[in-house]
Design a protein around this ligand. Structure first.
Ligand code: CA
Length: 264
């Protein structure tokens, strides 16, 4: 695959330059470059906007790539368009190695109606590129059995703590939360940035959120321990998003998406 070629040619270049780099680093005071993803690595998945994404992103149900009409005039991924009982999903054709650490960031805007529903989920799953789950409180992932979901839920169902929560959910069952977090920022009505960080050695999973308002600080909204490969039942996973509406609805948009990690 093209990206892997890029990776390995970079690696060998790094290896050739290793001695000089090591010398330079020791002079610089021993700063270790051995993070899971060094700064010069290409992201595995990279959509600064969704321009051109129709070739590389599998879309199901109501998910569509279109030009936003707001102030930020750009190509976006719209998971639900504001109709009743809509379900959408989008998966990168580049699969992710769950045996390695990764980090994903994405910009989200859930908006347009009051009250808004139902929210979106970031998933790693091994059901395939056509995976699409149930509507409403199912958030588009209910029934995607071989999955771990991080949901951003804007509508309080009977098993939910509030209409503004995050949860980690195993096995496509949104009625059971493995871990829950309630951020201080609103998930609905204002755009926000999310960052999902997974450490494959410690199985530490952290989800951060940050308002896009000037001066806002990122907050740790949820932290838990989960062996993603074990829960999904595979070391390689499809990665992407689901969303749904029910009898309450919203437009649910992703403006940008990056995954730093290893391909599978
Ligand atoms: Ca809900």
């Amino acid at each position: 695959m093209e990206r892997r070629t890029v990776f390995s040619s970079r690696s060998s270049r790094v290896a050739r330059g290793g001695l000089i780099a090591a010398l330079a680093l020791s002079i610089a005071g021993g700063v270790s470059p051995s993070g899971a993803f060094a700064a010069d690595d290409e992201p595995l998945i990279y959509y600064p906007t969704f321009s051109g994404a129709s070739k590389t992103l599998e879309r199901n149900g109501s998910a569509d790539i279109l030009t936003s009409s707001g102030r930020l005039h750009q190509r976006i991924l719209r998971l639900t368009a504001g109709g009743y009982r809509q379900v959408g999903s989008a998966w990168s054709r580049t699969k992710l190695d769950l045996g390695e650490s990764f980090e994903s960031t994405f910009k989200v805007y859930l908006h347009h109606f009051q009250p808004g529903a139902d929210g979106i989920a970031f998933l790693v799953q091994d059901d395939g590129p056509r995976a699409l789950g149930g509507w409403g409180g199912g958030l588009g992932y209910r029934g995607i059995v071989r999955s771990v979901a991080v949901e951003f839920d804007t509508f309080q169902n009977s098993t939910d703590p509030s209409n503004n929560h995050l949860a980690v959910v195993m096995g496509g069952n949104p009625d059971h939360h493995s871990a829950v977090g309630e951020p201080s920022i609103p998930l609905y009505g204002k755009p926000f940035l999310a960052r999902v960080n997974y450490d494959a050695d410690s199985n530490d999973l952290r989800i951060y959120v940050k308002s896009l308002r000037a001066g806002s600080e990122e907050e740790l909204a949820l932290q838990t321990t989960v062996d993603l490969a074990d829960e999904v039942g595979s070391s390689s996973a499809w990665v992407g998003f689901t969303a749904a509406t029910g009898n309450a609805l919203s437009k649910q948009d992703i403006y940008s998406w990056t995954v730093d990690g290893s391909g599978a």
